[in-house]
Design a protein around this ligand. Structure first.
Ligand SMILES: NC(=O)c1ccc[n+]([C@@H]2O[C@H](COP(=O)([O-])OP(=O)(O)OC[C@H]3O[C@@H](n4cnc5c(N)ncnc54)[C@H](O)[C@@H]3O)[C@@H](O)[C@H]2O)c1
Ligand SMILES: O=CCCC(=O)O
Length: 568
């Protein structure tokens, strides 16, 4: 118990469970390392003590001071948010959130399930009635204020992301700006939810098309972008007049809770934004089963997305799915080598390769293959791996042990089928879930490393001869999220881009995500789009008002003598 310290500076006491959780440094680390393998639902534990619930155990000085600053800034929350109230689980259970770089427990969070989710749905349903009736200008102002607050807390939110997700601080702060951008864009777009007036076939009818908010939205998000994957949904949902129940990943709930706290400060009324987390399947079932939830918006794996889509059928909910990718990155002989290298490195190693739009297969034409491979190898060799807060670090840890094991399995499979590891290919000497930046050559499109999403810092190089072969290889997958091509031939750039069966194609560009453009996939990479005006449509229903009241404009004594022809 002696080593257990809350960031508020006093030792917790009287909590037998806390004692169990805070055993010696090494066993604590080991415990956390392995518990991150299990589904969060299985990690629900009795609440260790009444308050505070935010602990940092055996942390290094840097993490400790970051935690203290985060706490004193008041944006840190460690309970669920239901109807504007910070809430514990009804049975007092909690689960641990830990730092993937060190295994240290950062916080104990209420382990919520179906009951709390139903409460959150009720709150969101009640709040919907008044939120949808605010003027668009009013909703816009509050969203703008939320954006401003997030940007004002950019550094702290970035630190929080690095603490719970592991990405380098610079990238984490970049995610905050990127994520906030979706709220800023939605704040502007809220004022432009236009309808239509359709020319009527009859003189005394008017046909108005109104756009109305869908209703209560269940938003389920992954751990790889703990803020941006939430704002990309919640910004437009709120702008359109919907209310939300957010279920962030149990691996990274703290950023979601901090963002929710800022939404309250921004004047977004209680119940409009709710956050529950803990038992993913219990929460999912409650969201799916409730007829009050009219929309499920999900970002995550294709397997879970399919389940949610099937589960939405019973109550016929609208569904948006942002699922896994298998991005080909095609480098043609005529590519500008510098541009191709820069773009490929950016798309491959962003977030330690844990991005749905990361290059999963790097297809290089035979004429430039050796030159590209040599330069690529040199650049990857220079990448600094370490804890996200470390100076000059460009690659942090993977999210958990399961992620490392997946990478290992895919590499073993590729090597057993003839691929060669030319760089890395093993765990990093830093231990934990750090993995060496890796380059593999002689990869074939049939290997598992090409057909499955790697989600790690592994660059598989494949060789191709012709443009047709490259297009065939690129499209030979069930996924269809992002693809990249590098060429200086303008005709080819158009031709190949349009032949690729993908929602997004980067041409001489490795970073394709922005709030002003539609983001989303085709085939099994998903349904719908996020960002831009298209992202707004996902939260709107089309309402037709076929209005005969205009008879009184034509002639006050006018009789309904004419009908639309299909009613005759
Ligand atoms: N297309 C995109 O925009 C996009 C963006 C980011 C991540 N992703 C994908 O997400 C995956 C990585 O994220 P992940 O590991 O968190 O994915 P995941 O599918 O395991 O989990 C995503 C979310 O779903 C929840 N969940 C899991 N089972 C559930 C259930 N039965 N009911 C309700 N919720 C459930 C999780 O707790 C989490 O909050 C990758 O495949 C990646 O490509 C896609
Ligand atoms: O992981 C997928 C989302 C990444 C992005 O928005 O660029």
């Amino acid at each position: 118990m002696g080593l257990t310290r809350s960031i508020f500076g006093f030792a917790s006491n009287g909590c037998s469970t806390a004692r169990i959780l805070s055993s010696s440094s090494s066993s604590s680390t080991l415990f956390n390392r392995f518990t991150r393998l299990s589904p969060p639902a299985h990690r629900c534990l009795p609440t260790p003590c009444r308050s505070p619930s935010f602990f940092i155990r055996q942390i290094n000085m840097q993490a400790q001071s970051i935690a203290a600053r985060l706490s004193s800034s008041g944006i840190l929350q460690t309970k669920g948010l239901i109807g504007g109230n910070w809430t514990d689980a009804h049975d007092g259970k909690t689960f641990e959130v830990s730092n993937p770089a060190t295994g240290e427990v950062i916080a104990n969070i209420p382990c919520m399930g179906g009951k709390e989710t139903n409460d959150a749905i009720t709150s969101a349903y009640d709040a919907f009635n008044s939120w949808k009736k605010l003027t668009a200008a009013d909703r816009s102002k509050r969203l703008r204020k939320w954006y401003d607050l997030i940007m004002a807390h950019k550094e702290e939110l970035g630190q929080l992301i690095t603490l719970e997700q592991g990405k380098p601080l610079k990238e984490a702060i970049g995610e905050v700006s990127y994520g906030a951008g979706f709220i800023e864009f939605a704040a502007e777009e809220a004022k432009r939810v236009y309808g239509d007036i359709i020319p009527s076939p009859l003189p005394d009818r008017r046909l108005f098309v109104l756009k109305q908010p869908v209703g209560v939205v269940g938003a389920i998000t992954p751990w790889n972008f703990p803020l941006a994957m939430i704002t990309r949904k919640v910004g437009p949902a709120l702008a359109c007049g919907c209310t939300v129940v957010i279920k962030p990943s149990e691996l990274t709930p703290l950023t979601a809770l901090a963002a929710a706290q800022l939404s309250l400060e921004a004047g977004i009324p209680p119940g409009v934004v709710n956050v529950v987390m803990g038992n993913a399947s219990g929460i999912g079932e409650a969201l799916l089963n409730s007829p009050k939830v009219r929309k499920i918006t999900f970002t995550g794996s294709t397997a879970v997305g399919k389940k949610l889509m099937a589960g939405s059928a019973e109550t016929v909910k609208k569904v948006s799915l942002e699922l896994g990718g298998n991005a080909p990155c095609i480098v043609f002989d005529d590519a500008d080598l510098e541009v191709a290298l820069k773009g490929t490195l950016a798309t491959k190693f962003r977030n330690s390769g844990q991005t749905c739009v990361c290059a999963n297969r790097i297809l290089v034409q035979e004429g430039i293959y050796s030159k590209f491979a040599d330069s690529f190898l040199k650049a990857v060799q220079d990448m600094k791996v370490g804890e996200g807060f470390g100076e000059g670090v460009v690659q942090g840890p993977l999210i958990n042990e399961a992620a490392v094991q997946k990478v290992e399995t895919l590499i073993q499979d590729a090597v057993s089928k003839g691929a060669k590891v030319v760089l890395g290919g093993k765990r990093h000497s830093l231990g934990m879930t750090f993995y060496e930046p890796t380059v593999i050559t002689d990869v074939k499109n049939e290997m598992r490393i090409s057909t499955e999403e790697v989600f790690g810092p592994v660059a598989p190089l494949l060789k191709f001869k012709t443009e047709e072969e490259a297009i065939h290889m690129a499209n030979d997958t069930n996924a269809g999220l992002a693809a990249y091509i590098f060429t200086t031939n303008v005709q080819r750039s158009w031709r190949v881009s349009e032949a690729l069966e993908y929602g997004i194609v980067g041409v001489n560009e490795g970073l394709v995500s922005t709030e002003v453009a539609p983001f989303g996939g085709v085939k099994q990479s998903g349904l719908g789009r996020e960002g831009s005006k298209y992202g707004m449509d996902e939260y709107l229903e089309v309402h037709l008002d076929l209005n005969f009241a205009t008879q009184y404009l034509v002639n006050p004594t006018h009789k309904n003598e004419q009908s639309l022809h299909w009613q005759i």
